[in-house]
Design a protein around this ligand. Structure first.
Ligand code: ADP
Ligand code: MG
Length: 254
């Protein structure tokens, strides 16, 4: 197991010896088996690994959607491990944004209304300017009044991105955000995510099985059987990143 030691104050998320066991009795599955890792502020990390290696579980635990069986998780300086559901919900609303493979937009609402919706649920309604800024940040200022059916898949995922970011979360969590998109629109979304890291310092954790998507990140963490198999910083200006990531993935899957 690789353990990353770093100045704790610089990490947006820290996992310390995190274990997660799903199920009970004879149907217990150890999804995470002692993961210790820090995610530095303002960086973009891709999490890769074979199907069932624990990627989504890692993301869900790090974001406070699931509680680890053992270990500690510190999110934006707050220990989120041993807290009740209510308190974790409040922490999530304050500190994290999510995007998933499915865009989960409401068809009857405009892009702007979709972006505003979660903050309304949270009872912390954001102003019109914040919504406009979020849509502008993902290059959709002109599409604020459009409904999802009037937007391409890539544009819809960018609306979901704006929705995740409108509350200015400390960390953006993305689970296979380009899983439902073709190559061209995937590139659109990934370039946007990269730009948000570079220009807004948006700490981002992304699960993906696509080496091309992972090559947009600063660091790739490889999981296998619930453990960290490798952690590889990328030189994104070097080119050919995706090919070497794909080769590493192939070795893990062998
Ligand atoms: P990945 O995202 O890498 O495909 P997951 O984190 O979804 O992997 O799953 C890791 C392991 O934990 C798998 O064996 C999966 O079947 C199991 N698992 C995930 N979620 C649950 C759950 N809610 N209940 C039982 N087993 C689960
Ligand atoms: Mg998954």
């Amino acid at each position: 197991m690789t353990t990353t030691r770093r100045n704790a104050a610089q990490d947006a998320v820290e996992l310390h010896g995190v274990r997660k066991v799903h199920g009970t009795g004879g149907r217990r599955v150890t999804a995470l088996d002692g993961v210790s890792l820090g995610f530095a502020r303002g960086t973009f990390t891709a999490i890769m690994g074979p199907s069932g290696s624990g990627k989504s579980t890692l993301l869900r635990c790090a974001a406070g959607l699931e509680q680890p069986t053992d270990g500690r998780i510190v999110l934006a300086g707050t220990d989120i491990g041993r807290r009740g559901e209510k308190e974790r919900t409040a922490l999530r609303r304050r500190h994290v944004g999510f995007v998933f493979q499915a865009f989960n937009l409401v068809e009857s609402l405009t892009a702007a209304q979709n972006v505003e919706l979660p903050s309304r649920f949270a009872g912390r309604r954001v102003g019109r300017e914040r919504v406009a800024h979020a849509l502008d940040a993902v290059g959709l200022a002109e599409r604020a009044g459009h409904r999802p059916s009037e937007l391409s898949g890539g544009q819809q995922q960018r609306v979901a991105l704006a929705r995740a970011l409108v509350t200015r979360p400390d960390v953006l969590f993305a689970d296979e955000p380009t899983g439902a998109l073709d190559t061209v629109t995937s590139g659109e979304v990934l370039r946007m995510m990269r730009m948000l890291v570079d220009e807004e310092g948006q700490t981002t954790l992304m699960v993906t099985h696509d080496p091309v998507a992972a090559a947009f990140a600063d660091v790739v963490v490889f999981l296998k059987d619930g453990r960290i198999a490798d952690r590889v910083p990328l030189d994104r200006h070097e080119g050919g990143g995706a090919a070497s990531i794909a080769a590493r993935m192939a070795r893990l899957e062998a």
